[in-house]
Design a protein around this ligand. Structure first.
Ligand SMILES: [Zn+2]
Length: 416
């Protein structure tokens, strides 16, 4: 097997043209896209992707959740495929690149291998995962989650949108339910190219993010109870102000997150104050503390410190406090071999790169549970995504797809 030469590149113009053509389907109102999962626009986008894959000589497989698998054959019939891909569905006011770059970058990789007459030992499969966004049917990464055994398929198909339409019925309606059992495919490896959705790469002028981890999170709902009382007639020493208790706890949350830096973060995004009246000292507050880190022990330590400090604050103020865990997601550590394939691909191609942690969830985060997986990120303007104004440059897209090409052929093996 030969190492891929550093002159090996994808066709950046053709990738960009395909991104622009896909963006014609399900146009948004402000230059982006509204191609939500299992809509007519989704069906149209799927058909275009399938026709491109077939033109590139691939065979399309479809599972019973509508996940699409376009296979370019390898030379070894016993070798498991190397998967690439992401998602073609968008937010209601989504961009042209979130997800789409990973799918069409995979297609461009296949087209480039065809142009160059390169054969690989392992087959290559370009995947479009159904309902990554979770905007129409919660949760996000639904079909890749079933594939990885995280969710039950019947439960997934019973998810309802805002109109009460069920996922399974909408999949049938648009005609994209296949007959392959979900999760039956075995993978040699999987690579997902995605825009960063954060500001780091652009701000630093770095071409490629080598994604080593996905951030985990813990949500703790905190209820502090004091006593409602008149804001004018209650002497200061006699108050039991739950709002003030929360303010002191939130200062502690900030200090704890900063002390666990640089990768840990913490805040309370959801706060309810009772009775929420101008002239009543709050007798009760309910808020959710959100701690995130790529390291599970760090998340657990931040939770423990927050609870101890909050308990002490409330004891001193004569307030009651209660904690309830209301959500969590363990951090993801991507496969060392796949991550190093991405890093050495960027190196070989002469692209500037840095290790980066994904702050958002991706299909790769679930697939990592069943196959060696890694992600490649390219910059996006202002770190903006889930917005019609989401923007990347043709050069950034091409660099990301070049790295995808090299990581995949290193993993799939070139046949002389
Ligand atoms: Zn995405």
């Amino acid at each position: 097997m030969a190492a891929a030469g550093e002159n090996l590149r994808i066709n950046g113009d053709r990738l960009w043209d395909s991104l622009m053509e896909m963006a014609q389907i399900g146009p948004g109102v402000a230059g982006g896209n509204n191609r939500q999962t299992l809509t007519d626009a989704d069906a149209e986008g799927r058909a275009l992707f399938q026709s491109w894959c077939e033109d590139a000589g691939c065979t399309m497989g479809l599972d019973t959740l509508g996940n699409m698998f376009a296979t370019r054959a390898g030379t070894d019939p016993d070798a498991l495929p190397v998967y690439v891909g992401s998602h073609l569905d968008t937010q209601p006011t989504g961009g042209k690149y979130d997800g789409v770059l990973g799918v069409l970058g995979g297609l461009e990789l296949v087209r480039s291998l065809n142009d160059l007459g390169i054969k690989t030992k392992h087959p290559i499969v370009v995947t479009n995962w159904t309902n990554e966004e979770g905007t129409r049917f919660a949760p996000a990464m639904l079909a890749s989650g079933v594939f990885a055994g995280v969710h039950d398929q019947a439960w997934a198909e019973a998810r309802e949108d805002a109109k009460g339409l069920k996922f399974g019925e909408e999949l049938d309606r648009i005609g994209w339910r296949g007959d392959e059992p979900v999760g039956a495919r075995k993978m040699h490896a999987m690579f997902e190219l995605h825009i960063e959705q954060g500001p780091i790469l652009e701000a630093e002028g770095t071409d490629i993010g080598v994604v080593t981890h996905g951030q985990g999170l813990s949500w703790t709902q905190v209820t502090i109870t004091g006593k409602d009382a008149h804001t004018g007639s209650t002497p200061m020493p006699m108050r039991r102000n739950a709002g003030l208790g929360m303010a002191r706890v939130l200062e502690a949350v900030e200090e704890i997150a900063v002390a666990h830096g640089p990768h840990a973060v913490g805040a309370a995004g959801h706060i309810d104050v009772y009775p929420n009246s101008r002239n009543v000292i709050p007798g009760k507050v309910v808020f959710t503390v959100d701690f995130r880190s790529p390291d599970l022990a760090t998340i657990q330590d931040m939770d423990a410190q927050m609870k101890a400090r909050a308990q002490k604050i409330c004891d001193e103020m004569g307030l009651e406090i209660a904690f309830e865990s209301v959500g969590g997601f363990d951090p993801v550590t991507f496969d060392a071999g796949c991550v190093s394939a991405v890093r050495s691909a960027a190196e070989r191609l002469g692209y500037s790169h840095r290790d980066i942690i994904s702050g958002a969830g991706h299909d790769a985060c679930w697939i990592n549970q069943v196959a060696p997986t890694a992600m490649i990120m390219c910059p996006c303007v202002g770190g903006l995504s889930h917005n019609e104004a989401e923007e990347i440059s043709k050069g950034w897209a091409a660099a990301g797809a070049d790295v995808l090409l090299h990581a995949v052929i290193e993993t799939a093996g070139i046949v002389e």
